[in-house]
Design a protein around this ligand. Structure first.
Ligand SMILES: [Zn+2]
Ligand SMILES: [Zn+2]
Length: 110
């Protein structure tokens, strides 16, 4: 089943918190979102043609951009982030966001 959010809490200076319909909560730092951007440009930089795999947000804080300028829903299936480094081509589906969750339960379940 595709994960769906019950509530999305956006802080442009801190990041995004999502409460899912199944009661799970996920918190995403801005740097982690930026580093995990699924757009073709970013995946080329990270992946060299390999299948995209979600980056581990815990290892990416040194890559830090800074802030979010805008967060917009894309239909009912995704979020679009505009980062303060000017990047804005990534579309984060709920499914992808859920797969990025860095909480203890999700990490040990992987
Ligand atoms: Zn990107
Ligand atoms: Zn989790």
């Amino acid at each position: 089943m595709t994960p769906a959010p019950a509530n999305v809490d956006v802080s442009l200076s801190q990041g995004v918190a999502i409460r899912w319909r199944d009661g799970h909560e996920s918190h995403y730092a801005i740097a982690a979102l930026r580093a995990a951007c699924p757009c073709a440009t970013c995946q080329d930089l990270h992946g060299e043609g390999r299948a995209p795999e979600p980056a581990n947000p815990l290892h990416l804080f040194q890559a830090a951009p800074n802030r979010l300028l805008e967060v917009k829903p894309v239909g009912r299936y995704a979020l679009h982030f505009r980062f303060s480094d000017g990047h804005e081509t990534g579309i984060f589906t709920w499914e992808y966001l859920r797969s990025l969750c860095a909480c203890d339960a999700c990490r040990s379940g992987r």
